[in-house]
Design a protein around this ligand. Structure first.
Ligand code: HEC
Length: 267
């Protein structure tokens, strides 16, 4: 018991214990504590831990063990013995082991750092992810499942007035990105990745229902579900800016101007 006490009071033991304890506290204690207090584990990043917290603790500990001559001598004595001992076999063997293990450890850490890490991309971007069943625009629920454009007659022909209104809306709000020719080549296009959709390409509006377009125009890039967010879409959300009817009108124009036809419900 006495030797145990003696060891515990030794400066080198205290140094190592506090070092290990603070490491465990930062690594596991902080996440557990934040989990208990806020319900969300907030681990410290490895970078912060090794470049700021642990070096700081190390510095304070070195100050502590070297604060006076006796403490410093006491701290150094076992280390000096480990390096210089010639008689006691145990210590000599321990020294050998350390002399082999430390460079190996350093090499392993360095190897881990430079080893190339191949990770699959977090998620692949889906250009046309499944839309939600319904969305709320202008305080009214718009069902996206069985909905066709209210400005088309039974044969699918657009209402002339609505179409003219849609053209104006396009010229006012959409042309900068989607372009005069609706080919995605607007003034801002070259600065945007992903590029604005090219509506003349049969892969865009021609393969979509109008309700899908309604959703994309109302909620834009911000409304994309996670599988559509791989790229940072600049497509604005127009709800609040355009009324429901105006969105349906501009959709009429997109199809009319490109000579495309929407998928109709049930197709
Ligand atoms: C700031 C530039 C910008 C403006 C302005 C803009 N868009 Fe877009 N739009 C984009 C980009 C970029 C994409 C492609 C990425 C995406 O799908 O979110 C896109 C995609 C779309 C799509 C989806 C096409 C598809 O194949 O899924 C539709 C529909 C659309 N825009 C309609 C419009 C309409 C209508 C307006 C005007 C009311 C408009 N956009 C204004 C940048 C813009």
């Amino acid at each position: 018991m006495n030797t145990f006490n003696h060891i515990l009071k030794h400066k080198l033991t205290q140094f190592l214990l506090i070092l290990v304890f603070t490491f465990l506290f930062f690594q596991f204690g902080i996440p557990l504590l934040s989990q208990a207090l806020t319900g969300k584990a907030a681990p410290i990043s490895a970078h912060l831990l090794w470049t700021i917290y642990m070096p700081l603790i190390l510095m304070v500990l070195l100050l502590y063990v070297s604060s006076n001559e006796t403490a410093w001598e006491e701290f150094k004595a076992p280390l000096r013995m480990l390096i210089l001992e010639r008689e006691r076999r145990l210590i000599v063997v321990l020294r050998m082991i350390l002399l082999v293990a430390l460079p190996l450890l350093a090499g392993w850490v360095a190897y881990r750092q430079v080893q190339p890490q191949i990770k699959p991309p977090a998620e692949l971007r889906s250009i046309h992810p499944a839309p939600p069943g319904s969305i709320t625009v202008d305080g009214e629920i718009v069902n996206l499942r069985n909905t066709n454009n209210p400005f088309r007659d039974a044969q699918g022909n657009p209402d002339a007035q609505a179409l003219a209104a849609g053209k104006e809306i396009y010229a006012e709000y959409c042309v900068y990105c989607h372009g005069d020719a609706l080919d995605g080549n607007g003034l801002f296009a070259s600065a945007l990745r992903p590029s604005p959709a090219d509506f003349t390409d049969p892969g865009t509006i021609a393969s979509l229902e109008e309700a899908f377009l309604f959703w994309r125009i109302a909620q834009g890039g911000p409304g994309m579900p996670p599988e559509g967010k791989g790229w940072n879409s600049a497509m604005p959300a127009w709800e609040g800016k355009l009324k429901r009817d105006e969105i349906w009108q501009v959709i009429l124009y997109l199809y009319d101007a490109t000579g495309q036809h929407p998928l109709t419900v049930g197709e």
